[in-house]
Ligand binder design. Structure first.
Ligand code: 5GP
Length: 228
């Protein structure tokens, strides 16, 4: 009886509150994932995008050759060196860099369109691109570095991929230490012992970042409507 008595007015109040609720909009932000090749970044990005529907992948343009199984406009926009240079001249890139002798760049327009809609954008870019993004929009960028548990494991994973020639694998191992040496510019660092565990860490980082006060627009008005 007592419960029924209490339930009615509370329900009404909550319904009324919902009706008069001041909306809170969230600004989208950029999530950067970097690691040496073979540390699990591509697999983790795929798992993350499957789990988190509020996140979309930024598709980079590159001058490197397509690997078996890769699709244009899905994995990358595969462009000629001339086209890439034109895109640079036209200011189409949010950031761009040369990695392993090929050019890579993030087309700016789709990123800003997503952010404006409140959709967060995931980037698989190297430390040079990360530095450029940080210099341009520090407050809207969350950076995460993925480390392999050991260098032996990294090499095993690179060979297991069987996508690259022996020469390329050797080159990538040599460059891995250089990429890893930039770990300290990142906000978060995950040692990828286990994909499922690393995924959990990624999801919690992104969830926590979404609750940040500065990312929520209309919060002051919302609080005003709560406490008057
Ligand atoms: P891969 O050729 O193995 O796909 O990528 C090689 C490296 O280039 C990876 O470390 C990847 O994160 C980086 N990369 C891919 N796209 C971009 C981009 O648009 N900008 C920058 N700065 N790096 C990129």
């Amino acid at each position: 009886m007592m419960e029924q008595y209490l339930a009615t007015p509370i329900k009404k109040t909550m319904a009324q509150a919902k009706k008069n609720q001041v909306p809170i909009h969230r600004k989208g932000f950029m999530v950067v994932l970097s690691s040496p090749s073979g540390a699990g970044k591509t697999t983790l990005s795929r798992m993350l995008l499957e789990q988190d529907k509020k996140l979309r992948m930024s598709i980079s343009a590159t001058t490197r050759a397509k690997r078996p199984g890769e699709k244009d406009a899905v994995d990358y926009y595969f462009v000629s060196k001339q086209k890439f240079a034109e895109m640079v001249t036209n200011g189409e890139f949010l950031e761009c860099a040369e990695v392993f002798g090929n050019s890579y760049g993030t087309p700016e327009k789709p990123v800003f369109e997503s952010l404006e809609k409140g959709t967060d954008v995931l980037f698989d870019i190297d430390w040079q691109g990360t530095q450029q993004l940080l210099a341009r929009a520090r407050l809207d960028v969350v950076t995460i570095f993925i480390l392999p548990p050991t260098m032996q494991e990294l090499e095993r994973r690179l060979r297991g991929r069987a996508q690259d020639s022996e020469e390329v694998v050797k080159g990538r191992m040599a460059k891995a230490s250089h990429e890893i040496s930039h770990w300290y510019i990142y906000d978060y660092v995950i040692v990828n012992h286990d994909l499922d565990e690393s995924l959990k860490h990624l999801l919690s980082i992104i969830d926590a970042e979404r609750q940040k006060r500065d990312r929520q627009q209309g919060l002051a008005e919302f609080v005003g409507s709560l406490i008057g």
